[in-house]
Every structure is written in structure tokens, then in C-alpha cells.
Design a protein around this ligand. Structure first.
Ligand SMILES: *Cc1c(COP(=O)(O)O)cnc(C)c1O
Length: 383
């Protein structure tokens, strides 16, 4: 195996304990394991967390939930995004998933399939308080409630909303107010919501009074703090290490051009290693969003300029035997070139730690779970 991802079970447990230490007794933890558990592997992460006592999970899509059910995960499982067709809805009911009702058509489809199959379904109403993604407005929330209250096979387990602003608390506070006011009005006409929830990792850290009945936590469990400044920080550990091996090593003289377009020219004689990881695996990829503000745009521009003129510190580094070594030239589809100082001992098969962002790392790469009985990292060139 020439590339794999190591996941530390101990680090996952540490992060769970850190999150739990800030939970009030009455608040449930919903572990968000969407996007392959932020790269850690959804099925194994669910098993590990379930073994540690987590009994409620959430994912974005029906397909993600079905994959977990097929792997035998029986815990409560909330699907955030709408199930849009009858076939999907039948599968959701048959697998005992908890669905999000974010529109009147979501409600109609859920009711139709419940009546057809005679099976009950748990749902959470989702209201849009300012993110602009999924969700009912006030009028629709009342309309959906009117339908649900008469449908015996639909169990209204909860209501939630999702917040938009990771950097300041003002917008989130507004959303919280809107959310609570809508709940009050629905309760006045007889609705009751056992599980009300709004908090993701950001809100969880910043605003303990918004924890309500449940918190939906992904980022913190994955070992990272969300973007932003927090007075409180948890002692998190990153469970994730992307590893590969040197598959070629050669000495090349000063002045040699490297990679497509020859964008890098060696400044001194060096050893050049090939590592079989490229942008197809997620290396050197960035999420290409519009800058959030002027300051963000300036930072991005400065980075591009410094990278272009070859300013030190702008290159991507891998780690070999604990030494940082720079990737040179353009990253290939499935490979990258690494400059290693002449004197350093390096051989074919040596391990390389590669900085591939966990949420961009291809799902095809095997995840290896450490500190678990019977599972060990591949220590030789075995496959
Ligand atoms: C991803 C997601 C979360 C988890 O957010 P983190 O910031 O990663 O904790 C919670 N709720 C919804 C609806 C999400 O899509």
C-alpha cells in the first residue's frame, strides 16, 4: 500500500470527551458524520463513537445514511437534506431514518409513503432563519404542523435551524431569536418539539445558552476548531494523518527544471523524490470560494504573489523522517516531486506524511484505524 490515511481512535475519543465535558446534562449530542465523517471514514467513525456511547448521528444525504445502515449502524440517524422521490422515501422509512421536513412537498411525500407502507417515521421540522439553504418560513411551518398533527404515522421528534455566520455572533443571535419566537408561536397552537436544536460547533463553543435540547457537532469531533476567535478552546487532537511512500529517488543538478511547464528550477544540487499523491487524491486543492471580505481578498492576493515569486514558506511541505521537505513544481494528477537535501538519508519505500486536507482526501484511499485491537498500520511495502 503506497498511500493510506491513519486515524487515531484515541484522538477521536479525546475529542468526544472534550465536547461532552461542555454538555449540560439535558443536552443530547448529535454527532455529524457527513462527508465520510469529515474524511475519517463514516462507518468506522460511527462504530467508534457508538462504542463510546454516542447514540445519535446525522449526515447530509440519504445515500450516506443508507451506507451506515448497511454497515449495521442502528443508532438514530438524522438526514439533513430532503429525500426527493418515492423510491428514496421508501428506503428511508424501511431503514428507520429520521427525516428533515424542510418544505411542504417534503411533508406530502413523507405522509404518502407512510400511509402506503403503514410504517411510522420520525421527522424534524427545519426552519430557515437566515442561511438561505433549506427550511420552512413561518407560514409554511404552520401549514406543515397542521398536516403533521393529524397524521398518526408521522412522529414529530424535533425542530431545528442552521446558522450562517461563523465569524460574529450578531447574525446567529438574530437567527436564534427568530427560531425561538417561531417555536413559541407553534407551541401556542399545540405543537410540541421534544428536541429543539440550533448549535453547530461554532455556536456550541460561543453560545452555551443556545445548546437547547441537542447540539450537532462535526468539526470539533474531527479535531479542529471552527474558523473564528473563541474565548474557550477545547483540547482537541487531530486523528488524521495522510501517509505515502517514496517510490523513486534521484540526484539532480542545480538548475534542473521540474514538472509540467518547468515552473521550478533547482537552486542547488538535490535529491528529488517522487511521491504517488496528486491532486486526484486531494493534494494542493483549495475550495475556490469568493473571498468573504476585502481583508480576505488581500490575504489571498498576497499569497498568490508570494507563491509566484517563490518566497520561502509558500511551498507545500511533506514530512520525511521528521524533516520538512518542499514539493517542487506543479503537483501532478497522481504524483508530486519533493526536494530532499543532498546529505539526507532517504530510500525507496520511506514513509512520507502528506498534507492533504481531510475533507478533500479521496474516499478511495484506505483508512487505517490505530490503537484498535487487531488493526495495525501497514509497516512494510506489503501490497
Ligand atoms: C455540517 C452541519 C453541522 C455540523 O457543523 P460543524 O460546524 O461541523 O460542527 C450541523 N448542522 C448542519 C445542518 C450541518 O450541515
Amino acid at each position: 500500500m503506497n498511500k493510506w490515511i491513519e486515524i487515531s481512535v484515541a484522538a477521536i475519543e479525546n475529542n468526544l470527551r472534550e465536547v461532552q465535558s461542555r454538555l449540560n446534562a439535558g443536552t443530547k449530542l448529535i454527532a455529524v458524520i457527513k462527508a465520510n465523517a469529515y474524511g475519517h471514514g463514516a462507518v468506522e467513525t460511527a462504530r467508534i463513537l457508538y462504542g463510546l456511547g454516542v447514540d445519535y448521528f446525522a449526515v447530509s444525504f440519504l445515500e450516506e445514511a443508507l451506507q451506515l445502515r448497511e454497515a449495521g449502524i442502528q443508532a438514530s440517524l438524522l438526514v439533513f437534506s430532503p429525500v426527493i422521490d418515492e423510491t428514496g422515501m421508501r428506503k428511508a422509512v424501511a431503514n428507520g431514518l429520521t427525516l428533515t421536513i424542510a418544505s411542504e412537498s417534503d411533508q406530502r411525500l413523507a405522509e404518502a409513503i407512510c400511509l402506503e407502507t403503514g410504517q411510522a417515521m420520525k421527522i424534524h421540522m427545519k426552519v430557515d432563519t437566515g442561511l438561505g439553504r433549506f427550511g420552512l418560513n413561518e407560514e409554511q411551518a404552520f401549514a406543515v404542523w397542521e398536516k403533521i398533527k393529524d397524521c398518526r404515522c408521522i412522529e414529530l421528534e424535533g425542530i431545528y435551524t442552521h446558522t450562517a455566520d461563523p465569524s460574529s455572533s450578531r447574525l446567529a443571535e438574530k437567527q436564534f431569536q427568530r427560531f425561538m419566537q417561531l417555536i413559541t408561536r407553534l407551541e401556542q397552537v399545540g405543537a410540541s418539539f421534544p428536541i429543539k436544536h440550533i448549535a453547530n460547533s461554532t455556536i456550541f463553543l460561543r453560545s452555551p445558552y443556545m445548546h437547547l435540547d441537542a447540539v450537532r457537532i462535526g468539526t470539533l469531533l474531527s479535531g479542529q476548531h471552527p474558523v473564528g476567535n473563541f474565548s474557550e478552546r477545547l483540547q482537541l487532537q487531530d486523528p488524521y494523518t495522510f501517509k505515502s511512500r517514496v517510490i523513486s529517488i534521484r540526484e539532480l543538478p542545480k538548475g534542473t527544471r521540474l514538472g509540467y511547464y518547468g515552473t521550478y528550477r533547482l537552486k542547488k544540487d538535490a535529491q528529488i523524490a517522487v511521491v504517488p499523491v496528486g491532486f486526484h487524491d486531494g493534494l494542493a486543492l483549495e475550495v475556490a470560494n469568493k473571498p468573504v471580505d476585502m481583508w480576505d481578498m488581500l490575504k489571498k492576493l498576497v499569497k498568490i504573489v508570494l507563491g509566484y515569486i517563490g518566497w520561502p514558506g509558500q511551498e507545500i511541505n511533506v514530512t520525511i523522517s521528521g524533516v520538512n521537505c518542499a514539493i517542487r513544481g506543479k503537483v501532478f494528477m497522481q504524483m508530486a516531486l519533493v526536494e530532499i537535501p543532498l546529505g539526507m538519508k532517504v530510500a525507496i519505500g520511506d514513509e512520507v506524511v502528506v498534507p492533504v486536507r481531510k475533507t478533500l482526501a479521496s474516499n478511495d484511499i484506505s483508512r487505517v484505524y490505530l490503537d484498535q485491537v487487531g488493526v495495525r498500520c501497514p509497516s512494510k511495502l506489503d501490497t
